[in-house]
Design a binder for this molecule. Sequence first.
Ligand code: SF4
Length: 345
Amino acid sequence: MDNKLTNHLVYFDVTDECNLTCKICMYKDKHTDVPLHLKLNDYSRKNVSNIINHDDTGLVVLSGEGEPSKNFDCINEILDLSTGNNSFQIITNGGWDVAIQDYLSTLEQKSLDKNDYYSIRLSIDPFHISQIDMRNYVDFFKYHLNSNSNKVSIAVRGLLEYKNATRTHIYKILSTIDNSPLIEERSPLVDAVHMHDKEIIIHYKNIVNNNGAFNKHLFPMLDYINLLENKNGVPFTMGHISEQKKGLDITIKNTGDIFFYGIEYKSVGNIFFDELSINKLLQEVEHNEIINKLYNRSFKEIISKLNTHKIIARDIEKINNPYWVVRVISEKYPELFLKTIKGLK
Ligand code: SF4
């Protein structure tokens, strides 16, 4: 794989407000009576535009520490900042307050005007299914089935621990629309749903258990990393790896703070106060010893070093997800964490 970082993923947490209360939620403590929505101003708009429109930015994800559709204004504003030919993914639990098919049609028009590509990624697992009206999911799938657009699509996120629940629910949803839905297992991490000439991809991830609320069988983190390595054909590291191309994995929080995803021990800037560009963020990876090691060293090697500290090993086993290990461990054991990563030869 080319070592140059060129396929960047930019992730926006546009809000911490949520309409659900999932048992496995990683952000429960963020859900308060006073939500914080990301609200851009002129200064931050310039930064956001620089980052999302950079030639090497591959995908912009509009997500949240809650339900992103609670801040549709910001989602629309970021989409409008695109100068065209960009790919966006909007993550949602499916509980939109607006008419689903109308908003998807608006997106379709926007995608044509800009020559952008939008994918709506629905979370479909037992924790979400039990709280979302099935008619919402039906509306998303119906739109996809009836639309001629190849620029707006639907994807699904399921959990490795509950693959069958996701498949069964999708089968139920589709059976209300079409009498011959077909779900094909493409790999341990990916299923494909076929409807007429359309396809919907289901991506499976393992459960993040940082609050310890989940006490049934967890899909082990190292097995999950092995599946990711088989899928990508390269050792798993922090950073964004897709189709053997590697890039920055940038998260912009609702406070404007910027982090590298999974390495959230240190903010690398703020869209409201700092002048930002992809090149500046690349420099940060090059010159910050900790971030550099986390981007370049095999994550399994890092885990094995961290596991030499019994107190950390217990937490790693509980957390069970590679993208949450660093943020939790670096917060709980800052000195031990920094010493261990610096000590990697
Ligand atoms: S929908 Fe997402 S953010 Fe909201 S409670 Fe469920 S897991 Fe948490």
